[in-house]
Design a protein around this ligand. Sequence first.
Ligand SMILES: C[S@@+](CC[C@H](N)C(=O)[O-])C[C@H]1O[C@@H](n2cnc3c(N)ncnc32)[C@H](O)[C@@H]1O
Length: 283
Amino acid sequence: MSRDGFFKAGDRVQLTDPKGKLYTFTITPGKEWHTHKGWITHDDLIGLPEGSVVSTTAGLKFTAFIPLLSDFVLSMPRGATIVYPKDAAMIVGFADIYPGAHVLEAGVGSGALTLSLLRAVGDSGTVHSVERREDFAANARSNIETYFGVIPENWKLDVGSVQDQEFPKKFDRVILDMLAPWECIEMAAKVLRPGGVFLAYVATTTQLSATAEALKNDGHFTEPESSETIVRGWHHEGLAVRPQQRMIGHTGFLIQSRRMAPGVEVLARRRRPAKGAYGVPEE
Ligand SMILES: C[S@@+](CC[C@H](N)C(=O)[O-])C[C@H]1O[C@@H](n2cnc3c(N)ncnc32)[C@H](O)[C@@H]1O
Protein backbone atom coordinates (compact mmCIF):
# COMPACT_ATOMS: atom_id res chain seq x y z
CA MET A 1 0.00 0.00 0.00
CA SER A 2 2.66 2.52 -0.94
CA ARG A 3 1.45 6.06 -1.46
CA ASP A 4 3.06 9.06 -3.15
CA GLY A 5 0.66 11.69 -1.81
CA PHE A 6 -1.23 12.12 -5.10
CA PHE A 7 -4.74 10.81 -5.87
CA LYS A 8 -5.16 8.12 -8.49
CA ALA A 9 -8.12 6.14 -9.83
CA GLY A 10 -9.27 3.50 -7.32
CA ASP A 11 -8.15 5.47 -4.23
CA ARG A 12 -10.61 6.13 -1.44
CA VAL A 13 -10.99 9.86 -0.95
CA GLN A 14 -12.30 11.56 2.17
CA LEU A 15 -13.79 15.02 1.71
CA THR A 16 -14.23 17.25 4.78
CA ASP A 17 -16.53 20.28 4.67
CA PRO A 18 -15.81 23.45 6.71
CA LYS A 19 -18.01 22.11 9.55
CA GLY A 20 -15.91 18.94 9.79
CA LYS A 21 -18.49 16.62 8.17
CA LEU A 22 -16.87 13.72 6.31
CA TYR A 23 -17.79 12.16 2.95
CA THR A 24 -15.99 9.16 1.48
CA PHE A 25 -16.00 7.50 -1.94
CA THR A 26 -13.74 5.60 -4.33
CA ILE A 27 -12.31 7.63 -7.22
CA THR A 28 -13.80 6.15 -10.39
CA PRO A 29 -12.94 7.72 -13.77
CA GLY A 30 -16.01 9.15 -15.52
CA LYS A 31 -18.10 9.36 -12.32
CA GLU A 32 -19.49 12.41 -10.51
CA TRP A 33 -20.06 13.00 -6.79
CA HIS A 34 -23.21 15.04 -6.22
CA THR A 35 -24.13 17.32 -3.30
CA HIS A 36 -27.17 19.55 -2.69
CA LYS A 37 -25.02 22.33 -4.21
CA GLY A 38 -23.35 21.08 -7.37
CA TRP A 39 -20.98 18.20 -8.05
CA ILE A 40 -17.34 17.20 -8.31
CA THR A 41 -16.06 15.13 -11.22
CA HIS A 42 -13.91 12.21 -9.99
CA ASP A 43 -11.42 12.81 -12.82
CA ASP A 44 -10.69 16.28 -11.39
CA LEU A 45 -9.28 14.63 -8.26
CA ILE A 46 -6.86 12.36 -10.12
CA GLY A 47 -3.32 13.74 -9.94
CA LEU A 48 -4.12 16.28 -7.18
CA PRO A 49 -1.96 16.14 -4.04
CA GLU A 50 -3.65 15.07 -0.81
CA GLY A 51 -4.61 18.08 1.26
CA SER A 52 -6.00 19.94 -1.79
CA VAL A 53 -9.19 21.97 -1.52
CA VAL A 54 -11.74 21.02 -4.16
CA SER A 55 -14.91 22.84 -5.10
CA THR A 56 -18.28 21.68 -6.44
CA THR A 57 -19.68 23.28 -9.59
CA ALA A 58 -21.71 25.57 -7.27
CA GLY A 59 -18.73 26.58 -5.11
CA LEU A 60 -19.03 24.24 -2.03
CA LYS A 61 -15.50 23.62 -0.79
CA PHE A 62 -13.99 20.45 0.70
CA THR A 63 -10.52 19.37 1.85
CA ALA A 64 -9.48 16.09 0.23
CA PHE A 65 -7.35 13.38 1.85
CA ILE A 66 -6.98 9.60 1.64
CA PRO A 67 -8.68 8.40 4.87
CA LEU A 68 -6.51 7.24 7.74
CA LEU A 69 -7.18 3.71 8.96
CA SER A 70 -9.12 5.15 11.92
CA ASP A 71 -11.31 7.25 9.59
CA PHE A 72 -11.95 4.26 7.33
CA VAL A 73 -12.90 1.99 10.22
CA LEU A 74 -15.36 4.48 11.71
CA SER A 75 -17.13 4.93 8.37
CA MET A 76 -17.17 1.33 7.06
CA PRO A 77 -20.35 -0.83 7.14
CA ARG A 78 -20.70 -2.64 10.47
CA GLY A 79 -22.18 -6.04 11.19
CA ALA A 80 -21.05 -6.22 14.81
CA THR A 81 -19.65 -3.60 17.19
CA ILE A 82 -16.12 -2.66 16.17
CA VAL A 83 -12.96 -2.32 18.21
CA TYR A 84 -12.47 1.46 18.34
CA PRO A 85 -9.20 2.91 17.02
CA LYS A 86 -8.00 3.81 20.56
CA ASP A 87 -8.35 0.17 21.63
CA ALA A 88 -6.95 -1.24 18.37
CA ALA A 89 -3.84 0.91 18.88
CA MET A 90 -3.40 -0.43 22.42
CA ILE A 91 -3.99 -4.02 21.28
CA VAL A 92 -1.29 -3.74 18.62
CA GLY A 93 1.08 -2.20 21.20
CA PHE A 94 0.32 -4.33 24.27
CA ALA A 95 0.09 -7.61 22.38
CA ASP A 96 3.34 -6.66 20.65
CA ILE A 97 2.11 -7.39 17.13
CA TYR A 98 5.29 -7.13 15.07
CA PRO A 99 6.16 -7.38 11.36
CA GLY A 100 6.39 -11.09 10.55
CA ALA A 101 4.16 -12.25 13.46
CA HIS A 102 1.66 -15.09 12.94
CA VAL A 103 -1.59 -14.04 14.56
CA LEU A 104 -4.79 -15.97 15.27
CA GLU A 105 -7.83 -13.71 15.65
CA ALA A 106 -11.47 -14.42 16.62
CA GLY A 107 -14.20 -13.17 16.18
CA VAL A 108 -13.83 -11.01 13.17
CA GLY A 109 -17.10 -9.07 13.44
CA SER A 110 -16.83 -6.18 11.02
CA GLY A 111 -13.08 -6.62 10.49
CA ALA A 112 -11.95 -3.40 12.18
CA LEU A 113 -9.33 -5.04 14.38
CA THR A 114 -8.33 -7.36 11.52
CA LEU A 115 -7.26 -4.30 9.51
CA SER A 116 -4.96 -3.12 12.31
CA LEU A 117 -3.54 -6.62 12.75
CA LEU A 118 -2.88 -7.03 9.02
CA ARG A 119 -1.12 -3.68 8.87
CA ALA A 120 1.01 -4.48 11.92
CA VAL A 121 2.19 -7.95 10.76
CA GLY A 122 3.18 -6.58 7.34
CA ASP A 123 3.77 -8.70 4.26
CA SER A 124 5.99 -11.21 6.06
CA GLY A 125 3.42 -12.00 8.78
CA THR A 126 0.03 -13.71 8.64
CA VAL A 127 -3.40 -13.20 10.19
CA HIS A 128 -5.70 -16.19 10.49
CA SER A 129 -9.17 -14.99 11.43
CA VAL A 130 -12.12 -17.09 12.56
CA GLU A 131 -15.71 -15.83 12.71
CA ARG A 132 -18.77 -17.78 13.79
CA ARG A 133 -21.31 -15.93 11.65
CA GLU A 134 -21.20 -16.25 7.86
CA ASP A 135 -22.95 -12.86 7.38
CA PHE A 136 -20.40 -11.04 9.59
CA ALA A 137 -17.54 -12.84 7.83
CA ALA A 138 -18.88 -11.67 4.45
CA ASN A 139 -19.16 -8.08 5.69
CA ALA A 140 -15.63 -8.18 7.11
CA ARG A 141 -14.25 -9.65 3.86
CA SER A 142 -15.85 -6.82 1.91
CA ASN A 143 -14.47 -4.15 4.30
CA ILE A 144 -10.99 -5.62 4.08
CA GLU A 145 -11.11 -5.80 0.29
CA THR A 146 -12.31 -2.18 0.11
CA TYR A 147 -9.51 -1.02 2.41
CA PHE A 148 -6.61 -2.86 0.76
CA GLY A 149 -8.05 -2.91 -2.78
CA VAL A 150 -7.59 -6.73 -2.78
CA ILE A 151 -7.92 -9.55 -0.27
CA PRO A 152 -4.41 -9.73 1.23
CA GLU A 153 -2.61 -13.01 0.46
CA ASN A 154 -1.44 -13.31 4.06
CA TRP A 155 -5.02 -13.26 5.43
CA LYS A 156 -7.08 -16.41 5.95
CA LEU A 157 -10.71 -16.27 7.09
CA ASP A 158 -12.53 -19.36 8.35
CA VAL A 159 -16.17 -19.52 9.39
CA GLY A 160 -16.89 -21.42 12.59
CA SER A 161 -16.13 -21.32 16.30
CA VAL A 162 -12.42 -20.79 16.86
CA GLN A 163 -12.23 -23.43 19.59
CA ASP A 164 -13.54 -26.08 17.14
CA GLN A 165 -10.87 -25.46 14.47
CA GLU A 166 -7.70 -27.47 13.83
CA PHE A 167 -4.55 -25.39 13.38
CA PRO A 168 -1.52 -27.20 11.94
CA LYS A 169 0.98 -24.51 12.99
CA LYS A 170 1.67 -22.57 16.19
CA PHE A 171 0.88 -18.88 16.47
CA ASP A 172 2.88 -16.02 18.01
CA ARG A 173 -0.25 -14.19 19.16
CA VAL A 174 -3.88 -15.07 19.90
CA ILE A 175 -6.25 -12.08 19.91
CA LEU A 176 -9.88 -12.58 20.93
CA ASP A 177 -12.85 -10.20 20.74
CA MET A 178 -15.95 -12.23 21.56
CA LEU A 179 -18.59 -12.81 24.23
CA ALA A 180 -16.92 -15.75 25.98
CA PRO A 181 -13.12 -15.76 25.57
CA TRP A 182 -12.79 -17.94 28.67
CA GLU A 183 -14.15 -20.81 26.58
CA CYS A 184 -11.10 -20.48 24.31
CA ILE A 185 -8.24 -20.54 26.86
CA GLU A 186 -7.50 -24.24 26.39
CA MET A 187 -7.42 -23.74 22.62
CA ALA A 188 -5.12 -20.71 23.02
CA ALA A 189 -2.72 -22.71 25.21
CA LYS A 190 -2.62 -25.41 22.52
CA VAL A 191 -1.91 -23.13 19.58
CA LEU A 192 0.43 -20.54 21.13
CA ARG A 193 4.19 -21.01 20.97
CA PRO A 194 6.13 -20.62 24.24
CA GLY A 195 6.32 -16.91 25.06
CA GLY A 196 3.38 -16.18 22.75
CA VAL A 197 0.89 -13.50 23.81
CA PHE A 198 -2.78 -14.08 24.55
CA LEU A 199 -4.96 -10.96 24.54
CA ALA A 200 -8.72 -10.64 24.91
CA TYR A 201 -10.87 -7.54 24.52
CA VAL A 202 -14.04 -7.69 26.62
CA ALA A 203 -16.80 -5.19 27.31
CA THR A 204 -17.82 -6.00 30.89
CA THR A 205 -16.21 -6.68 34.26
CA THR A 206 -17.92 -10.06 34.54
CA GLN A 207 -16.30 -11.14 31.25
CA LEU A 208 -13.00 -9.76 32.49
CA SER A 209 -13.24 -11.75 35.73
CA ALA A 210 -14.22 -15.00 33.96
CA THR A 211 -11.33 -14.62 31.51
CA ALA A 212 -8.79 -13.82 34.24
CA GLU A 213 -9.83 -16.83 36.34
CA ALA A 214 -9.79 -19.14 33.31
CA LEU A 215 -6.24 -18.01 32.47
CA LYS A 216 -5.11 -18.59 36.05
CA ASN A 217 -6.80 -21.98 36.33
CA ASP A 218 -5.47 -23.22 33.00
CA GLY A 219 -1.92 -23.33 34.31
CA HIS A 220 -0.19 -22.56 30.99
CA PHE A 221 -0.25 -18.78 31.31
CA THR A 222 1.48 -16.06 33.33
CA GLU A 223 -0.52 -13.93 35.74
CA PRO A 224 -2.87 -11.90 33.50
CA GLU A 225 -2.74 -8.11 33.34
CA SER A 226 -5.71 -5.91 32.53
CA SER A 227 -6.30 -2.33 31.53
CA GLU A 228 -8.83 0.11 30.16
CA THR A 229 -7.97 2.96 27.79
CA ILE A 230 -9.66 6.29 28.30
CA VAL A 231 -8.87 8.91 25.67
CA ARG A 232 -10.01 12.50 26.17
CA GLY A 233 -9.81 14.96 23.29
CA TRP A 234 -8.92 18.61 23.89
CA HIS A 235 -10.35 21.79 22.44
CA HIS A 236 -7.94 24.67 21.74
CA GLU A 237 -8.90 28.12 20.63
CA GLY A 238 -6.55 30.87 21.78
CA LEU A 239 -6.49 30.69 25.57
CA ALA A 240 -9.64 28.56 25.69
CA VAL A 241 -7.81 25.25 26.06
CA ARG A 242 -9.96 22.68 27.80
CA PRO A 243 -11.09 19.05 27.54
CA GLN A 244 -13.71 18.41 24.89
CA GLN A 245 -17.19 18.05 26.35
CA ARG A 246 -17.98 14.91 24.38
CA MET A 247 -15.89 11.76 24.51
CA ILE A 248 -16.26 8.04 23.93
CA GLY A 249 -17.02 6.74 27.40
CA HIS A 250 -16.63 3.04 28.03
CA THR A 251 -15.62 0.66 25.25
CA GLY A 252 -13.86 -2.34 26.78
CA PHE A 253 -11.04 -3.89 28.80
CA LEU A 254 -7.90 -5.62 27.57
CA ILE A 255 -6.61 -8.67 29.37
CA GLN A 256 -3.36 -10.28 28.39
CA SER A 257 -0.98 -13.01 29.42
CA ARG A 258 1.95 -15.02 28.03
CA ARG A 259 2.26 -18.73 27.24
CA MET A 260 4.63 -20.53 29.61
CA ALA A 261 7.16 -23.09 28.39
CA PRO A 262 5.71 -26.60 27.87
CA GLY A 263 5.64 -28.59 31.10
CA VAL A 264 6.68 -25.62 33.25
CA GLU A 265 4.42 -24.69 36.14
CA VAL A 266 3.47 -21.07 36.74
CA LEU A 267 5.24 -19.76 39.85
CA ALA A 268 2.79 -19.55 42.74
CA ARG A 269 1.60 -16.06 43.50
CA ARG A 270 3.20 -14.49 46.57
CA ARG A 271 0.21 -12.25 47.20
CA ARG A 272 -2.73 -13.65 49.11
CA PRO A 273 -6.09 -13.01 47.47
CA ALA A 274 -8.10 -10.19 49.08
CA LYS A 275 -10.67 -11.33 51.64
CA GLY A 276 -13.89 -12.25 49.85
CA ALA A 277 -12.29 -12.12 46.40
CA TYR A 278 -13.56 -15.64 45.70
CA GLY A 279 -16.86 -15.25 47.61
CA VAL A 280 -17.75 -15.76 51.24
CA PRO A 281 -16.23 -18.99 52.65
CA GLU A 282 -18.73 -21.51 54.02
CA GLU A 283 -18.91 -21.82 57.85
C1 LIG B 1 -17.70 -7.72 18.87
S1 LIG B 1 -17.57 -8.72 17.47
C2 LIG B 1 -15.90 -8.53 16.93
C3 LIG B 1 -15.61 -7.18 16.35
C4 LIG B 1 -14.29 -7.07 15.63
N1 LIG B 1 -13.16 -7.32 16.51
C5 LIG B 1 -14.12 -5.74 14.94
O1 LIG B 1 -13.25 -4.95 15.35
O2 LIG B 1 -14.83 -5.46 13.97
C6 LIG B 1 -17.55 -10.34 18.16
C7 LIG B 1 -17.65 -11.41 17.12
O3 LIG B 1 -17.21 -12.64 17.65
C8 LIG B 1 -17.92 -13.69 17.00
N2 LIG B 1 -17.73 -14.86 17.86
C9 LIG B 1 -18.22 -15.08 19.12
N3 LIG B 1 -17.76 -16.21 19.62
C10 LIG B 1 -16.93 -16.76 18.69
C11 LIG B 1 -16.13 -17.94 18.62
N4 LIG B 1 -16.08 -18.78 19.64
N5 LIG B 1 -15.40 -18.18 17.50
C12 LIG B 1 -15.45 -17.31 16.46
N6 LIG B 1 -16.19 -16.17 16.46
C13 LIG B 1 -16.91 -15.90 17.56
C14 LIG B 1 -19.33 -13.11 16.89
O4 LIG B 1 -20.08 -13.75 15.90
C15 LIG B 1 -19.04 -11.65 16.59
O5 LIG B 1 -19.03 -11.40 15.21
